[in-house]
Design a protein around this ligand. Structure first.
Ligand code: 3PG
Length: 209
């Protein structure tokens, strides 16, 4: 399997991180994000509805739906069965990496330090999620990791917003960022799809270095 999610991370500057409670929101939410120019969608496995949400979003034309917060082999199998095309994890364990490799699910694995990033690189993962981005030192930390390890590219996630996103996207080792700000819970709950499309459009027009 391919261990690189580079093509996925180059689809748009932002991968929406989605926590969806109601599967009825899945299709209109995905349509709004895709219409706004954000086709790669991460549905976190943090709600009882998450697998149904993935199933519904996988049917939306133009979208590429993945599963976030993957922790176990069961998560990997369930996500794949539901139609996830990629996986995202906050960190990486050998068991999780093995599960994704065995199940042929391209994974964006999390790393927060040079050692974690190097371990993943040894195993062939040249594209990684930098998590939790802001708490782990933010753009200055990611820039510093890039000096000795320029061959690793990242999707920083965790605490990223329109206020700091350009600090990340201007780094040569950042392909895109992940963030929940493009689909805030209050707009999802209110069914404000036009509002979400507007946030997605603003995010999709960001410049990547
Ligand atoms: C998460 O843990 O939900 C993701 O890292 C997204 O973080 P954010 O809500 O700070 O964008």
């Amino acid at each position: 399997m391919s261990k690189s999610n580079e093509a996925l991370c180059r689809m748009a500057p932002v991968v929406p991180v989605l926590v969806v409670k109601d599967a009825a929101h899945a299709a209109p939410l995905a349509q709004a994000l895709v219409a706004g120019g954000l086709p790669a969608l991460e549905v976190t496995l943090r709600t009882p509805a998450a697998l149904d949400v993935i199933r519904e979003m996988a049917k939306v034309p133009g979208g590429v739906v993945g599963a976030g917060t993957l922790l176990t082999l069961d998560d990997v199998r369930a996500a794949k069965d539901a139609g996830a095309k990629f996986g995202v994890s906050p960190g990486a364990t050998d068991a999780l990496l093995q599960a994704c490799e065995d199940e042929d699910l391209p994974l964006l694995p999390g790393a927060a330090s040079a050692t974690e990033a190097m371990r993943l690189l040894e195993r062939g993962y040249t594209v990684q999620k930098f998590f939790p981005a802001e708490a782990a030192g933010g753009a200055p930390a990611l820039k510093a990791i890039g000096a000795p390890l320029p061959q690793i590219k990242f999707c920083p996630t965790g605490g990223v917003s329109m206020k700091n996103v350009n600090d990340y996207l201007s780094l040569p080792n950042t392909l895109c960022v992940g963030g929940s700000w493009v689909a805030p819970a209050n707009l999802v709950e209110a069914g404000d799809w036009a509002g979400i499309e507007a946030l997605a459009k603003e995010a999709s027009q960001l410049t990547v270095a």
